[in-house]
Design a protein around this ligand. Structure first.
Ligand code: AFP
Length: 339
């Protein structure tokens, strides 16, 4: 086993990337460092959630009509503050804010990147000590640098993602960062306050035996999705243990596990949510980019998530994401339903 001296810290990894890949920019690398710093700040508060007054709901309602927990707001403020103080981000869009946030200070206007994030996904789980996470996507702005970015810069398609990642605040805290080259995972050593490269070059297994879905909505799903779910039940009747259902209700936790172990995660359209529950810009696009880079796939049932047309910064989409062969099989069931 490697001693800690042989394991790269996040900073050492950043330096080695810039050295080994001449196309890697220090600006992106700095952005990565800033997000890691915000993750540490958020992690400290997440770990104290049961103890301090920060726990609980603020009572206000966010743009999605959901009650905002104090930690959601705290995470939003930390990420926004850290990115604004840095020199690599021109503006952000957050699940917690109705509109985009443009950084108009004299450093930020020269930055070429913008960031879309869900500061704390799965926050209805905070009260129950269940893993939660931060999701982010990094894009190049289209407006010229030297002036503040604008709302149009955020009217993006997922395929223009430059980098994306997530932080999972679980039994360990991990930061996973994907560029078009690779997906790498870093685990936080809390007493030292350092992220170490624990999961280099993550690959999503081509196949898996885990499916993750809110099964209570079965009768509200389309016939194709229902038949796909029936397939797992029938297979398990034939040979018990062929498949297992695992659904935390915190997509960072579900998707992190499936990325490592292989599996499929489904958030399908229902009567109440005809476009699914998840948000395209700052949830599904980053995850689609991470999975595709790791060799997996992400679709909305009709097309690749990264090709979905932009309509609104808070638009929702169904999401089917996971191991390639499992997505392929789902597509067969969805194709049959359209015959
Ligand atoms: P919260 O942030 O409100 O807890 O929502 C979590 C979430 O967006 C996602 O992480 C889950 O996978 C999804 O909701 C679960 O919702 P449904 O199972 O009701 O679709």
């Amino acid at each position: 086993m490697d001693t800690i001296e042989n394991v790269l810290t996040l900073d050492e990894f950043r330096v080695s990337e810039v050295r080994n890949f001449p196309a890697a920019t220090t600006e992106l690398s700095n952005l990565f460092r800033d997000i890691a710093f915000a993750a540490k700040l958020i992690n400290v508060e997440v770990n104290k959630a049961g103890l301090v007054d920060i726990h609980g709901e603020t009572g206000t309602v966010n743009v999605q009509g959901e009650k905002v927990k104090k930690l959601d707001l705290y995470a939003h403020q930390q990420l926004t503050g850290v990115l604004k103080r840095g020199i690599s981000c021109a503006g952000v869009v957050s699940e917690e804010m109705e509109d985009v946030i443009v950084f108009d200070d004299k450093m930020s206007i020269h930055s070429k990147y913008i960031v879309a994030f869900d500061p704390l996904d799965g926050s209805s789980n905070i009260d129950n000590c269940i893993s939660i996470g931060t999701i982010f996507g990094i894009y190049l702005r289209s407006s010229p640098t030297g002036q503040p970015c604008n709302k149009e810069d955020f009217m993006l398609q997922g395929r223009s993602t430059v980098a994306a990642g997530y932080v999972i605040y679980g039994s360990s805290t991990m930061l996973v960062f994907a560029t078009s080259r690779s997906v790498n995972g870093f685990t936080l050593d809390p007493p030292i306050g350092e992220f170490y490269l624990s999961h280099p070059n993550i690959k999503c297994p081509e196949n898996g035996n885990i499916y993750s879905i809110n099964h209570s909505n079965y009768l509200n799903y389309s016939p194709g999705v229902q038949k796909y779910l029936d397939y797992f039940l029938i297979k398990n009747k034939e040979e018990e243990g062929s498949y297992t259902m695992r659904h935390v209700g915190s997509m960072v936790a579900d998707l992190h596990r499936n990325l490592i172990k292989g599996g499929i995660f489904l958030n399908a359209a229902t009567n109440a949510f005809p476009d699914g529950r998840l948000r395209l810009l700052y949830e599904c696009n980053p995850w689609a980019f991470i999975y595709e880079t790791a060799g997996g796939r992400a679709i909305n049932g009709k097309q690749r998530i990264l090709d979905v047309e932009f309509k609104d910064i808070h638009q929702r989409t169904p999401l089917f994401i996971g191991s390639t062969l499992m997505i392929q099989q789902l597509e067969m069931y969805l194709a049959e339903e359209n015959l």
